[in-house]
Design a protein around this ligand. Structure first.
Ligand code: XMP
Length: 506
């Protein structure tokens, strides 16, 4: 296992991901994790990340000095390299020409990190400081035209540093360099495979849960479904899934959940059809946060009623991902929207949590889901908000307006899939604003709803860009929606990125 010490760098999470892509398990931890704790976790290697600070500046984040006494191979990246240099007696200072973007490396030593890579290579850099003198015993292994020490190493002690970012795709031989560190310097084995992830998760769930009963709220998304499948594999029928159909799902989605679970997988499934109940509560409510609150509360209440019928339930499954774990530890953001999920349940219900995806990134969950044999549609489903279409029907949520949106959205999904773009987009969906506009169809005046197309690319939903969908595709979507969905006479395209917009309209 590789620990990535995070100094707040833009790419810290990416380092952990790249290591995992090499099939080595990796976790990101704060730079100030006590050395004793790091020792206890017994990593095969440590990577010190980049960071925005100057390592010699006031209040710069520093590890305890005895970190470098650990008999564990270490790779310092950017700030991490400078930190290593300074702590081991080298010198760090500002460079005359700052390097941002692509630099030309000249590799002078191919024994260690650069084994199997050419003399000249492109690398991604982003720094104003650099190592001016390497610590004693270190060899300088690469330079750029403006920075004489862009990489150094002391292979005997397993100490390596690179000023550039091997984790960024623009670094031509980044993966080779990382692999040399992982497999040669640290002696890691590439055994973080989907099959092993599943075996590990199953063992851990069994150890945690034993013979006791577990319940799981299914939303139809890939996270809760994969979590449920893993728990079912571990403990069989001691798991009961509850699927609360709030009537705010997309076309045919409820049927797909029931098909993937109840009928095909033998997971005990309670399907609660609560469509009317949610719509009644939402009648006349137009404020987005009020909608979220109502749906959240109603969801918990419905779930609770069902769960009460399951005797001796002690645990609740949650599809918490590794990115949620990292973010909840580091994020200190203003509240823009209250993102409802089933996170409110345990407090109310006094159940312990089973979180089998806690160590996984979203793309790893998808690989596991596919390995578990889940249907392709579920494995690749784009994220969908808990309150569902209620926050895409702007203003008053009625059965009629939901139906219009559902039909328009189905056309959009179908065409995006047919164009082969579904997986490239973070989310793609239709929005129904609470306005009418005038149109003309078959020589007659219409006064009907517009539908807005929203399609975005993103890595993590924190920022997003509007997707440049091909004009032909937009034309087809627009024609089909207007022809096939009664009540719609206009289609508009949302070309707002996030920020300043958010992904959803409400
Ligand atoms: P925004 O609209 O804030 O959305 O840019 C970021 C991501 O979160 C999803 N989202 C929600 N998810 N409950 C959820 O479970 C919510 O209330 C909610 N609101 C937004 C959104 O779809 C996007 O993926």
């Amino acid at each position: 296992m590789i620990l990535v010490l995070d100094f707040g760098g833009q790419y810290s999470q990416l380092i952990a991901r790249r290591v995992r892509e090499c099939r080595v398990f990796s976790e990101m931890i704060p730079y100030d994790t006590p050395v004793e704790e790091i020792r206890r976790r017994n990593p095969e290697g440590i990577i010190l990340s980049g960071g925005p600070n100057s390592v010699y500046g006031e209040g710069a984040p520093r590890v305890e000095d005895d970190l470098f006494d650990l008999d564990v191979p270490m790779l310092g990246i950017c700030y991490g390299m400078q930190h290593m240099a300074l702590s081991l007696g080298g010198e760090v200072g500002a460079v005359q020409i700052r390097e941002y973007g692509r630099s030309d490396l000249l590799v002078k030593d191919h024994e260690g990190l650069f084994a199997g890579t050419p003399d000249g290579q492109k690398a991604w850099t982003s720094h104003g400081d650099a190592v001016l003198a390497a610590p004693e015993g270190f060899t300088v292994t690469a330079e750029t035209p403006s920075v004489p020490i862009i990489a150094f190493e002391e292979p005997e002690r397993g100490r390596f540093g690179v000023q550039f970012h091997p984790e960024v795709r623009h670094t031509e031989y980044g993966m080779e360099i990382l692999k040399n560190f992982l497999f040669e310097a640290c002696g890691c084995k590439p055994d973080w495979t989907p099959v092993n992830i599943i075996t590990d998760a199953v063992e851990r769930i069994r150890a945690q849960v034993g013979e006791r009963k577990v319940i799981c709220g299914l939303s139809g998304g890939v996270d809760s479904s994969t979590a449920a499948m893993l728990v079912h594999r571990a403990i069989g029928d001691n798991l009961t899934c509850v699927f609360v159909d709030h009537g705010l799902l997309r076309q045919n989605e409820a049927e797909q959940v029931i098909e993937a679970f109840g009928e095909n997988s033998e997971v005990p499934l309670i399907h609660v059809d609560s469509k009317g109940r949610f719509l009644d509560k939402l009648a006349g409510v137009t404020d987005p946060e009020a909608k979220r609150k109502i749906i959240g509360e109603e969801f918990i209440r419905t779930f609770e009623e069902e769960a009460r019928g399951i005797e001796d339930a002690t645990f609740l499954v949650q599809g918490t991902l590794y990115s949620d774990v990292i973010e909840s530890g580091t994020r200190d953001a203003a509240k823009i929207k209250s993102h409802h999920n089933v996170g409110g349940l345990p407090e109310v219900m006094d159940l312990d949590l089973v979180e089998p995806l806690r160590n996984l990134f979203k793309d790893e969950v998808r690989v596991v889901a596919a390995e578990l044999g889940m249907p392709e549609r579920l494995v690749w489903r784009q994220p969908f908000p808990g309150p569902g279409l209620a926050i895409r029907v702007i203003g008053d949520v009625t059965a009629e307006r939901l139906e219009i949106l559902r039909r328009a959205d189905a056309v959009l999904q179908e065409e995006i899939r047919a164009a082969g773009l579904y997986r490239d987009l973070w989310q793609s969906f239709a929005v129904l604003p609470a306005i009418h506009s005038v149109g003309v169809m078959g020589d007659a005046r219409t006064y009907a709803y517009p539908v807005v197309i929203r399609a975005v690319t993103s890595d993590d939903a924190m920022t997003a860009d509007w997707a440049r969908l091909p004009y032909d595709l937009l034309e087809k979507i627009s024609n089909r929606i207007i022809n096939e969905v009664p009540g719609v006479n206009r289609v508009a395209l949302d070309i707002t990125s996030k920020p300043p917009g958010t992904i959803e309209w409400e």
